[in-house]
Design a binder for this molecule. Structure first.
Ligand code: LMR
Length: 328
């Protein structure tokens, strides 16, 4: 494994930073957990290019992909400690601290890329970003990674097929509850651990986007892929708040403009990469791609339907209404 977690330490960042040389150089260390050839990996690189270009090389964004610095939950701690200045976790990973963010985990609500774009740029997403200030984090924008599918070691076609299965999930209560409603057992795990867990047959299935299933080779072991589009995956692009406040207004503007400039490109990238990797999976002789038919989808939706009422009543009815409004 080229990027052993921990092989790139804080000392390594400090050493690299010292080598830069320019007096007024600003370094933004950006850590993430996915492969470089994915919608988040490529977006992080594009962002670095734009910021460097707009600042004439004065601001450098150094991207550390593949969890080489920090795993899912450590990266948030690292951001809060200003060990790194930027991360872009999946929104589901913020829900322990900000339960209302589970609104984006509700299954089968956002159904098209157009709706996803509308939500990630709409009123709800603005409110979600503002909530980050409670954690002393500066919320910048959202990136997309499209829709989640299921990869599994046995075909999952009907809702009953989930029964008794151990499913890797991210740590959001709504996602975990979704699988309990399907009589499966959710196993929350860090992204970095998924490959190992599949390899050692410790989980039966997991939900993820095609770009993650393909780039992390989950399909080589879990070779039944159900195209369910049951949930979305979005990334909250965020910065350490003190670091943000230490930047001049002009430099803040460079960051904001770079993100704005690439927003539409990023949404299209997510659609394109997931589509291209799906084409590649279709060509894999040992991979079975299962299209969920309407009847099976309905059954599945019926099993998880109590989640809407639960979220509405117990978590945040206002956000649920905003979500419905944004996709309308
Ligand atoms: C996962 O844990 O499956 C994803 O959140 C990974 C990612 O960042 O896309």
């Amino acid at each position: 494994i080229a990027y052993q977690q921990g092989a790139f330490s804080k000392e390594k960042i400090a050493y690299d930073d010292e080598q830069v040389g320019l007096d007024d150089q600003i370094i933004i260390n950006f850590s993430h957990v996915v492969a470089e050839n994915t919608p988040k990996g490529m977006a992080a690189k594009k962002f670095a290019e734009l910021v460097e270009e707009k600042s004439g090389g004065r601001i450098m964004v150094k991207v550390y992909p593949d969890g080489m610095l920090y795993s899912d939950y450590d990266e948030l701690e690292a951001l809060l400690d200003n060990e790194v200045q930027m991360i872009a976790p999946t929104t589901s990973k913020m829900t322990e601290r900000l339960p209302s963010w589970q609104v984006l985990d509700l299954p089968f609500v956002i159904e098209t890329n157009e709706q996803l774009k509308a939500v990630l740029t709409g009123e709800l997403s603005g409110k979600l970003l503002e909530e980050l200030s409670k954690l002393h984090i500066k919320g910048l924008t959202f990136w997309s990674n499209g829709f989640k599918q299921i990869s599994s070691n046995q075909p999952i076609i009907r809702a009953e097929d989930f029964k008794g299965k151990q499913i890797r999930t991210m740590g959001s209560d709504i996602i975990k509850e979704q699988y309990r409603k399907l009589n499966a057992e959710p196993i929350p795990l860090n992204f970095d651990d998924v490959y190992y867990e599949i390899q050692n047959q410790l989980i039966d299935a997991q939900e993820n986007t095609i770009s993650n299933i393909y780039s992390k080779k989950f399909y080589t072991m879990e070779n039944h892929i159900t195209l369910s589009n049951h949930g979305i995956m979005a990334y909250a692009v965020m910065m350490n708040e003190n670091f943000w406040n230490s930047l001049t207004e002009e430099d803040q503007q460079i960051i904001i403009e770079s993100l704005e400039e690439m927003q539409e490109w990023q949404f299209e990238l997510a659609e394109r990469i997931n589509g291209e990797f799906l084409e590649k999976l279709y060509k894999e002789p040992n991979v079975e791609i299962i299209q969920l038919n309407e009847q099976n989808k309905k059954q599945w939706m019926q099993s998880v339907s109590p989640l809407y009422e639960y979220f509405n009543q117990k978590v945040n009815g206002t956000y649920f209404n905003l979500l419905l409004q944004d996709i309308d």
